[in-house]
Design a protein around this ligand. Structure first.
Ligand code: OOG
Ligand code: NI
Length: 460
């Protein structure tokens, strides 16, 4: 039996490799990393309770390596190969995001680890969009884009070879894994030479800026990498102090005592010089930016429905990214309806929790008394504890806001709501997992583990 590098190890290597590359490509990203590290350190020092909570949930370890990236692919074939490659790193497609409702001609999934141990190790995730040429009205542009995309190969031959090898052999050796990571990283590099002429670029751009971004280059450059902060409002305030212009509003829910889902802010995409093909004309393109996020607890279907309803009252999908001056007050006012204490969130079934034994002696005492297993009673006595499960996914309205703040306010195409999950899954070559079902499983597994300990004490 050969020894394989674990998928956790490969993912960790890959996320570090991408981070190192993006730091040299976009120096502002390095500034964001330092800023987030400083704020996280200060937040933990000021709030020992939070530190203890994160430590108990074994979440402190992953904080420094935690980030997500985003890429935009052009064809079904690219997406299907991407799925195979991410699978080697233990990253699987979770969730379906339809961005057409927000005027962006893509749909997407998030590749991420799905099991608890892998998430604790390194939760690296990549928001992966697929261009939808079917939403481009101009047939000539559509065909031109298709023809250009059909000619390109975004993965190196060696990356695909090593992927096939991993699939056949069931893994990669440490040496192969290092080579694999290096090869795959190449795909996401920035190319300052476009593969199309300036005239073609302008045509593609006319259809939608996203079309130009996906079609005009050799490959899908990583367009941002996002570290996780423990206090996004502090991060937002610190960005201008370090010479970075933050977008106006923080996406997602308002600030709360107990954070839910995901809050995000970003700085605008850089205008970068491009040399075009054929005519050799100089021009520029804006695609790459920086983002910071704060993660809160995962919500149940009921909790998510409440979130979506409250958010929709404040902001429509169409208006995402262009918020009015009193937006944060209106947001805060709307969310007063969303309970902000853990007991209520738990008892009303609004959020997911991970259960654990907090007092093993107490558990043994109650178990031996012959009482039937009663989770709520045990929690009431402080014998078991429940802490919120972190939200590992993305939010479509926020993603739309992020896309739009980087497309410039002028870009406001509207497409009819047009979810096409089946077509996406056909392109992907696999179904996407339902993220809410994953959180429910994880909660259930934690309850089952507590119950097993209880039964073992009862028997022993
Ligand atoms: C992806 C935007 C979505 C997020 O954090 O919601 C995203 C993109 O711009 O390609 O990364
Ligand atoms: Ni992002």
């Amino acid at each position: 039996m050969p020894t394989f590098a674990s998928s956790d190890q490969i993912r960790d290597l890959f996320s570090r490799s991408m981070s190192a590359m993006y730091k040299t490509e976009v120096p502002q990203y390095g500034i964001l990393l330092d800023l987030v590290a400083d704020i996280n350190r200060a937040t933990l020092e000021a709030d020992p309770g939070l530190r203890g909570q994160l430590e108990a949930a074994d979440e402190l370890r992953r904080l420094d390596v935690e980030r997500h990236g985003a890429i935009r692919l052009g064809t079904a074939r690219e997406l299907a190969d991407m799925r195979r490659i991410f699978c080697v790193m233990g990253m699987h497609p979770v969730g379906y995001y339809d961005l057409s409702v927000a005027g962006v001609p893509v749909h997407a999934t998030a590749f991420r680890p799905v099991d608890d141990a892998a998430l604790r190790n390194n939760p690296f995730r990549v928001f992966t969009s697929l261009l939808r040429l079917d939403l481009v009205a101009d047939a000539a542009v559509r065909e031109q884009a298709q023809a250009i995309l059909a000619r390109r190969a975004i993965f190196t031959p060696r990356a695909l070879e090593l992927t096939a090898l991993a699939e056949q052999a069931g893994g990669l050796s440490a040496q192969q894994a290092a080579e694999f990571v290096q090869e795959v990283t190449q795909t996401f590099r920035w190319h300052s030479e476009a593969t199309v002429s300036h005239a073609s670029y302008r045509q593609l751009h006319g259809a939608h800026r996203l079309v130009a971004d996906v079609v005009s280059f050799k490959g899908p450059h990583i367009n941002h990498l996002t570290p996780r902060t423990l206090d996004i409002d502090a991060a937002q305030a610190e960005m201008p102090r370090r010479g970075i212009a933050a977008k106006d509003v923080v996406e997602g829910p308002p600030r709360r005592r107990h954070a839910i889902l995901l809050r995000q802010t970003s700085f605008k995409a850089l205008e970068e010089p491009i040399v075009f093909a054929g005519d050799g004309a100089d021009g520029s393109h804006t695609a790459r930016f920086g983002e910071i996020e704060q993660r809160g607890m995962a919500l149940t279907r009921a909790g998510r429905a409440l979130y979506d309803r409250l958010l929709a009252g404040v902001r429509s999908m169409q208006g995402a990214g262009s918020a009015s001056a009193d937006y944060s007050e209106r947001l805060a006012a709307a969310f007063r309806e969303f309970p902000d204490d853990l007991d209520t969130l738990l008892s009303q079934g609004l959020a997911f929790f991970r259960w654990r034994v907090a007092d093993a002696d107490g558990l043994a005492r109650v178990a031996r008394s012959g009482a039937a297993f009663d989770l709520d009673a045990l929690r009431g006595q402080g014998i078991v504890a429940a802490s919120p499960i972190v939200y590992e996914d993305f939010l479509p309205v926020s993603a739309a806001g992020i896309f739009q703040s980087n497309l410039g306010g002028a870009e406001q195409k509207s497409y009819a709501a047009n979810a096409a999950q089946e077509a996406f899954e056909a392109a992907l070559g696999a179904p996407v997992a339902d993220e809410i079902a994953l959180y429910a499983q994880s909660q259930q597994a934690s309850i089952e583990a507590v119950r097993q300990q209880y039964l073992a004490r009862q028997a022993g």
